[in-house]
Structure formats: C-alpha cells, structure tokens
Design a protein around this ligand. Structure first.
Ligand code: HPA
Length: 281
C-alpha cells in the first residue's frame, strides 16, 4: 500500500486487485472464508481451485506468519463457489489496518456476500479448554486501530457503520446446526482482538475476563469491521488452542498453538463444510 493513504481509496485499490484476480479466475464466490493459524486444512477440500499467492497481487506482501500459507483459493467447496484465504495479514506484521482488511473486501468485490472468519485464540473463559470451538457472538476491538480511519470511501460503505448484530445471529444459528449435525461441540462467546505479537500478561487475561471476553487473539476484529462496513454478512469461529496466559502457569508458545490448531482443525473443517453445504438451503 502506498504511503499516501489519504488519497488512495479502498475502491481504487479493489479495482486493481479485482483486475489482477480476474486475469486468473472468473469464479464468482458466494462465500469468503478466512482460515487462521494452523486452520488451512479445509482448503484441501476446495476443488477446481485457482491458487493465487498474496505476493502475486498488487501491493500485497507474502504472508509472514508461521502456519499461514498466504494464498487465496478460488474454487468449489461442497458445490458452493468460494474464495478461501489460506492465511491472512496481521497488524503485528507491521501492515496498515487498511492492508489487513483488503483480502476480505476483495472477496466481497469478487462477489462474496458472506464472510466466515476463523482464528486460533487463547481461552479467557476458564470453561473453554484447548480444543474448544467457539462461535463468535461479538467482539472487543482492543487493538487501538480501525481500518476505517481516514476519508470515508462512500462508494464502499457508510462513514459510521453500525455494529449491532455484526456477527449475524442467523448465520450463528446455522453454524450451531452444522455442529450438531456433525456431532461437534460448539460454544459461543466474545472474541477480544489485541494487536500482539506478544502474548498477553496474566494481568491482561484477568482484565479481559472482567471486560467480558471469552477468547483472545491477534486477528479478526479489523476484518469484521471492514466486512460490516462493506455490507457483507459475517460469522466466525475461534478455535481455542491454549488456556489464556497465567491460567495454567505454563509459558505460551506458537508451536503449542499450531499443534492444538492442527489437532482440532479437522472438527472445525467438518462444521464449516456442513455449514457451506447448507448455505441457502
Ligand atoms: N493470545 C493471543 N493470541 C493467541 C493466543 C493467545 O493466548 N492463542 C492463539 N492466539
């Protein structure tokens, strides 16, 4: 992204990105799916896919976070045309909030009406042990950032977007139905998004609990705000990969996060496949 952000609108960036994708694929996705750390496996179920690496698109960096393939797949999942982001861009990588949300806005520009965000997160709610899946009911944006700061691009969304019901209750119901059909336990809770990249202190996890958070992570909230601004329907699932800092007294490591995501990832993949298969059904 050029440094003169004030003059570069989302629309002009999306024009460029859309043209670059359209040179490779004509697929019009119904749904956009963002796969978080270690959760890229569901991408194996996407068929007839065109894969485009992030750094093949104008102004996008290669994904640097471990566990993130850093590509967008355009293909079919359960007979539904989808755009699937295998990895994402994070604030902690040094990306501008606007760059972080371009992938989600691009999926909308390509035709997606619904966005599903997934992430690996720490459990703040002590009932949520590692391996727990949590449908996101709402979020706390504690990053200190917003992707919407700067002149508003009226062609894409309103200056003051409403976030009541941002995490669609009806899509959440559909996630719960899919989970029941797959025999997978799906909890529900509030996701707190922090900037990272350091994991939280134990005191911060206690604070997050008082604030009403059930899970904490370093992604998702920028994308959620941008998706709603652009009028896209939104739902999401957190996979709790570890107890929040200080709960067990053990140190947190990214390897532990990836291992837990890999272990519980297949359950999440089953829920999402069922959800997609039932969409519009
Ligand atoms: N904190 C923040 N982000 C995370 C965590 C955590 O404990 N686990 C996975 N992502």
């Amino acid at each position: 992204m050029p440094s003169s952000l004030q003059t570069v609108t989302f629309s002009s960036r999306l024009d460029l990105l859309e043209a670059a994708v359209r040179a490779r694929s004509r697929l019009v996705p119904r749904l956009g799916l963002v796969l978080g750390s270690g959760l890229g496996d569901i991408a194996d179920a996407v068929y007839d896919a065109t894969a485009i690496h992030f750094d093949e698109l104008p102004g996008w960096p290669a994904a640097s976070a471990p566990g993130h393939a850093g590509r967008i797949l355009l293909g079919q999942l359960e007979g539904v045309p989808v755009a699937c982001l295998q990895g994402r861009l994070h604030l902690y990588e040094g990306h501008h909030p606007r760059t972080v949300v371009e992938p989600v806005l691009l999926m909308g520009r390509l035709g997606a009406r619904t966005i599903v965000l997934t992430n690996a997160s720490g459990g703040v709610n002590e009932r949520f042990a590692p391996g727990t899946l949590m449908a996101i009911a709402d979020h706390l944006n504690l990053t200190g950032h917003s992707p919407l700061i700067g002149p508003n691009d009226d062609a894409s969304g309103q200056r003051f977007p409403d976030l009541v019901g941002a995490w669609s209750p009806s899509l959440r119901d559909q996630l719960h139905r899919a989970a029941i059909e797959e025999g997978v336990r799906l909890e529900e809770g509030i996701y707190a998004g922090l900037v990272g990249p350091a994991y939280e202190t134990p005191a911060e996890v206690r604070m997050l609990r008082i604030l009403g958070a059930d899970a904490v992570g370093m992604s998702t909230v920028m994308e959620a705000i941008a998706a709603r601004w652009a009028g896209l329907e939104l739902c999401g699932v957190s996979l709790i990969t570890n107890a929040g800092a200080g709960i067990t007294g053990d140190a947190l490591t990214h390897e532990e996060v990836l291992a837990a995501a890999n272990e519980a990832g297949p359950e999440l993949a089953r829920v999402l496949r069922r959800f997609v298969a039932r969409l519009d059904g």
